[in-house]
Design a protein around this ligand. Structure first.
Ligand SMILES: *[C@@H]1O[C@H](CO)[C@@H](O)[C@H](O)[C@H]1NC(C)=O
Ligand SMILES: *[C@@H]1O[C@H](CO)[C@@H](O)[C@H](O)[C@H]1NC(C)=O
Length: 428
């Protein structure tokens, strides 16, 4: 026998042996644009063990398969990067509903050889000695269409830990499939190696998780704390529009309540936030309290002002609490982004730009009104019409600037004092 022929036959024999040695299994393959989500299951007929292989893209923080038709009561196997970037962690978890699943330490899933992060894929070869029933459900090894769920998620907030109880963010895609367990349970012990779909069928399309509560929470809180509240403050401080100020801030407060409702809804979804112990949640709730106080203070200040034409202690409190609430609200957005596992850099940039825009608007309007008032306040100005530019170009330099540094008055409610009365410097 020639050497090449001998080599060929040996290889062929090895191949046949390898194929027949691989335990038969059911395999679910979900073809994506540039990768496959693969779950292959072998139910050992001689013991209570199950063996599975899970392969998914490491471009996402985690990948998971769950036994059951929905998250609630399903036993899920979640794979994510280990402490070593070449290692994979497999975490058995159970959820009470459509919420973050919690690590189930009594489920004995262990990694078998060949597991790790290979070629930017999570590769999990695993054995479980007690996965046929668990608190809340069971695997029917006689079923021809045992339901399963799958998911992977997000392309940010990556996990790298050997801890099986790591916090995880919501999935970005998920879906459902059935598996023929009679096909999966005809083999011997061992991790299956299926790469073609066999004995499994997808149910419906892979769904995108749009995560509406998070979008609404982000938009409402951003809109109110970064845009509307500062804008409402400008309305009173720079152009003295009382009604516009009141309407904007009340409207913004209503939006905050909407954001609060979605925030509470979101909090209940995650193990980390379920008990309202994170700094973002605590500061957020304190700020809600402050905002309510701030609204009442604004009203009391206004009533007092109309009565006395002077600032009161309520005015000062309203002014300072307003500043505190806006700055703390923006800081709390950073804590929120951190909680959601998002980068804060983009938000920092937006805050700087918006602050810059507000500063320019404030400066332009304020310096204009100061020049005008300064000119009108001079003795000579009374001899000229307001709109005569020649009278504005020559303002009095002997009037101390500090007298005019206070923002302008309420124009709508200000009652002009009788002629001859001293100017009121306490107006805001
Ligand atoms: C995905 O699986 C199909 C077979 O189901 C295979 O033809 C294809 O090469 C696989 N793609 C990748 C990127 O592994
Ligand atoms: C857990 O599984 C491993 C095999 O993967 C086995 O050796 C071990 O005995 C099991 N432990 C328990 C408590 O069942």
């Amino acid at each position: 026998m020639s050497a090449p022929r001998w080599l060929f036959l040996t290889l062929l024999a090895c191949l046949i042996l390898a194929v027949s040695a691989a335990p038969s299994a059911s395999t679910f393959v979900l073809t994506q644009a540039s990768w496959n989500f693969t779950f292959s299951l072998n139910v050992d007929k001689n013991s209570d063990d199950i063996y599975f292989r899970l392969v998914s893209s490491a471009d996402y923080a985690w990948a998971s398969v769950g036994i059951g038709s929905q998250m609630g009561g399903s036993l899920m196997f979640v794979a994510y990067e280990g402490k070593d970037s070449k290692a994979v962690t497999i975490s058995p978890r159970i959820a009470s509903g459509n919420v973050e699943p919690t690590y189930a330490p009594n489920i004995n899933v262990t990694l078998e050889p060949g597991s790790g992060i290979l070629d930017n894929r999570f590769v999990v070869n695993a054995r479980c000695t007690n996965c046929r029933s668990w608190a809340g459900g069971s695997l029917d090894v006689k079923s021809k269409d045992q339901p399963f769920i799958y998911a992977w998620g997000p392309s940010w907030s990556f996990i790298s830990t050997d801890s099986k109880s790591a916090n995880m963010q919501r999935h970005s895609q998920y879906g459902f499939f059935d598996m023929d367990m009679t096909q999966a349970s005809s083999g011997d012990a061992g991790v299956p190696e299926g790469t073609q779909n066999s004995g499994a069928s997808k149910i419906g399309d892979t769904r995108n998780d749009l995560n509406f509560p998070l979008s609404i929470h982000t938009l409402t809180m951003f809109g109110s704390f970064v845009i509307l509240f500062p804008m409402g403050a400008l309305f009173i401080r720079v152009i003295s529009k009382v009604k516009l100020h009141y309407i904007t801030q009340s409207f913004s407060l209503a939006i905050v309540f909407f954001g609060l409702a979605t925030g509470i809804q979101l909090s209940k979804l995650f193990n980390m936030t379920r008990n309202f112990r994170t700094s973002h949640q605590i500061l957020g709730l304190v700020l809600i309290g402050f905002l309510i106080i701030q609204w009442v203070l604004g009203y009391v200040h206004h009533r007092e002002y109309l009565r006395t034409q002077h600032r009161s202690v309520y005015s000062e409190a309203h002014l300072w609490l307003g500043r505190l609430v806006i700055i703390s609200g923006v800081l709390n957005a950073f804590l929120g982004l951190h909680l959601a596992g998002r980068s804060t850099l983009g938000f920092l940039l937006i805050v700087l730009i918006v602050t810059g825009i507000f500063a320019v608007i404030y400066f332009v309007i304020w310096s204009r009104s100061r020049r005008k008032r300064s000119a009108l306040g001079s003795n000579r100005a009374t001899n000229f019409r307001d709109d005569d530019p020649s009278s504005l170009g020559n303002s009095r330099m002997d009037i101390p600037l500090t007298d005019h540094a206070a923002p302008p008055a309420y124009q709508e409610d200000y009652v002009r004092p009788p002629p001859g009365s001293p100017p009121n410097r306490n107006r805001i």
